[in-house]
Design a protein around this ligand. Structure first.
Ligand code: LAN
Length: 661
């Protein structure tokens, strides 16, 4: 810019921000798919691909040579210096769960035991006491593959599914992800399904257990755990429940087993059917397929459908071919991208009209049109009018995805993108959002909270926190609040009483979540910048002013965490440890959330915001994108996951809001 030297530094920065937004929009428009969404890499968790490879081996449907090569590449890329694999791709320590499972997978994909990288992994396993110390899901998977003995795990009785609803431990009360993992596990355990032993399995038994396979006293290893796999150590309550269930399992006659297995199968088949065989997540996607495999001729058609549907979880990314954490994050990404675009001064620029048109179609065409059949019988909440995280074919609606989808639909409405989301469906989503509010005033992820926090004492996963119950979350609550505030304006007089009551309870819930240091903990991304952004957005939507103490304390917290280069950087371990852990570098997604949060809180420290904007601009690549950075998504406190598009639209959104601030 030839006149740049005449402008004040601030005006100059604003012009740079405008240019950065334009480049970012061009980049987004390049990255958009024909369907209108922004597909992205959703890898990170390291237990998924090995489970999938195990399934391919058992069913004799191994990937072709090219895919197998790319999967091996992935394992080698993610392998840590000491030969181990962590729970997720960037773990600061190795996990026996994922190291041992991925060793098995590598061998099933044809990597020879003599490959130095494979040898290194097996040395690492042995130095840490063999896979006998792997977390429970690792042991379970190996039982199915014939690489561990069923005696060596605690009972997963299918009879739990026959309990009356009033039982506080009824699986229908579990968080849907937990429920849908333990459902096929109960079937597989209850029928002791193990694939027929083959030459490779025989060999792996030798390699994994140093030739001691036949002398292992399995029952003694039910609770053996290697250090890194012990995030949630065994509680007395779980030890007690295990003892009772293990004893019941030893009874020679189990009168209810047949009925219980049939009940489990009914729910498995239902889940397959209502999700177009995709299933709610990557774990039951694999385990349900195993179930159909073991059903033999009866399950053949369903196995076929499952194997085809499971392909959608595969993603060939920069570091290799992986099995993703979901069948994509497309609705979620599209909803945020759209909100970011509308925040810029270019929303009506004809250059970006077709991008918005396609995004509109994606949001509209992926709203869920009906409830699943006989919902109560299948422990399902309503779905009609909701939005999913990925697409309509998957079909499970989520509270905050519904809210973000709804907000988008309203943004599009006055701009004449046709056909619009029908009004009746918009009303359905308002009703759905209202029906999802918990007694504590917050919103959980997919369903109402159906049991108490005490159930966490019985969390058997060892490596994940908070998986038993669907709790209220700051993020889900904030999104719902924002959407309901808009719903009230969109449908004046129609839902006022319900919405006002809901918002009052929500505000009180949110205020109770603020930590003494002023921050809000996020649960689905790293971590306090994310949570605080959501909390501030909700409070602002509720009409809370910057003078309010909650806003001031939150802003103060963020300002104290800003780095000298203007950025914010929280390390992944923040979530595990539930306290701020400074990252090595500042990151663009977290910097964007902190900026957005500060602006929502009415922050008047213009210098801090300016430095943050400068950081975002300085990190932009010449093609308008932002480079890959450490993972910022997370679930269940311990496992990081890749939201690859966050770096493309959050900085855009933050710069857009900043340029109006
Ligand atoms: C997701 C993905 C989406 C995510 C958001 C909508 C972003 C969030 O705001 C609410 C929680 C939710 C729905 C979420 C919860 C946990 C999931 C389903 C995942 C992170 C994707 C994969 C993860 C799932 C639990 C992985 C399998 C592991 C188990 C412990 C069952």
């Amino acid at each position: 810019m030839s006149t740049a030297h005449k402008l004040s530094p601030e005006t100059e920065l604003r012009a740079e921000a405008r240019a950065a937004m334009e480049y970012a929009l061009q980049n987004l428009s390049r990255l958009q798919s024909e369907s209108g969404s922004w597909p992205g890499d959703y890898g990170g968790p390291m237990f998924l691909l090995p489970m999938y490879v195990g399934l391919c081996h058992a069913t004799k449907r191994l990937p072709d040579a090219h895919k197998a090569e790319r999967m091996k590449t992935y394992f080698f890329n993610v392998q840590r210096k000491d030969g181990s694999i962590g729970l997720h791709a960037e773990s600061s320590e190795g996990s026996m769960f994922c190291t041992s499972l991925s060793y098995v997978a590598l061998r099933m994909l044809g990597a020879p035991a003599s490959d130095p990288r494979v040898t290194k992994r097996s040395e690492r396993i042995h130095a840490n006491g063999t896979p006998l110390g792997a977390a429970s899901w690792g042991k379970f998977t190996r039982c199915v593959l014939g690489l561990y003995d069923w005696e060596g795990i605690h009972a997963v009785p299918p009879e739990l599914w026959l309990l009356p609803w009033s039982a506080p431990m009824h699986p229908g009360r579990f968080w849907c992800h937990c429920r849908q993992v333990y459902l096929p596990m109960a079937w597989l355990y209850g029928s002791r399904s193990t694939m027929p032993t083959d030459a490779l399995v025989e060999q792996l038994r030798e390699e994994l257990y140093d030739g001691r396979w036949s002398s292992i006293r399995w029952a003694e290893h039910r609770d053996s755990t290697s250090g890194a796999d012990d995030y949630r150590p065994l509680t007395q309550a779980l030890a007690g429940v295990n003892a009772v269930m293990d004893r019941a399992e030893r009874l020679p006659f189990k009168p209810l087993r047949k009925r219980a297995l049939a009940e489990c199968l009914k729910h498995i088949q239902f889940e397959d059917r209502v999700t177009s065989y995709i299933d709610i997540g990557p774990v039951n996607a694999v385990l349900n397929a195993f179930v159909h495999f073991f059903r033999g001729a009866e399950g053949r058609d369903e196995l076929e459908k499952k194997m085809t549907a499971n392909d959608v979880y595969l993603w060939d990314g920069h570091d290799g071919l992986k099995f993703q954490g979901y069948n994509g994050s497309e609705l979620w990404d599209t909803a945020f991208a759209v909100q970011a675009i509308f925040a810029t001064p270019f929303a009506d620029d004809p250059r970006f009209a077709s991008m918005l048109e396609k995004a509109h179609a994606y949001v509209r065409d992926n709203q869920i049109l009906e409830d699943v059949p006989s919902l109560d019988e299948h422990y399902r909440h309503a779905s009609k009018g909701g939005w999913p995280f990925s697409n309509r074919a998957h079909g499970w609606p989520i509270t905050d995805c519904t809210s973000e989808g709804f907000k988008c639909a309203l943004l599009f409405e006055p701009r004449g993108y046709e056909p619009e989301v029908p009004l009746e469906l918009l009303r359905d989503s308002v009703k759905l959002m209202l029906s999802w509010q918990n007694e504590d005033g917050g919103w959980a992820t997919y369903e109402l909270q159906r049991s108490g926090k005490w159930l966490e004492q019985l969390n058997p996963s060892q490596v994940f926190g908070e998986i038993m119950v669907d709790y209220s979350y700051v993020e889900c609550t904030s999104a719902s609040v924002q959407a309901l505030v808009k719903a009230k304006r969109r449908f004046p007089g129609e839902f006022d009483v319900e919405i006002d009551a809901a918002l009052r309870r929500a505000e009180s819930y949110l205020r109770r979540q603020q930590r003494p240091d002023g921050s809000f903990e996020g649960s689905w991304a790293v971590c306090f910048t994310y949570g605080t952004w959501f909390a501030m957005s909700a409070l602002e939507a509720l009409g809370v002013t910057p003078k309010d103490g909650a806003m001031q304390r939150a802003a103060q917290f963020l300002l104290e965490k800003q780095r000298p280069d203007g950025a914010w950087g929280e390390a992944g371990d923040t979530c595990r440890e539930r306290r701020w852990v400074e990252a090595k570098d500042g990151q663009v997604a977290q910097t964007s959330w902190a900026m957005l949060a500060l602006m929502k809180a009415g922050c008047t420290d213009h210098d801090a915001l300016e430095r943050a904007a400068r950081f975002l601009i300085s990190r932009q690549e010449t093609d308008g994108s932002w480079a890959r950075e450490p993972l910022v998504g997370v679930f269940n406190k311990t496992c990081l996951i890749n939201y690859d598009n966050y770096r493309h639209y959050f900085p855009l959104w933050a710069l857009a809001e900043w340029s109006k601030h």
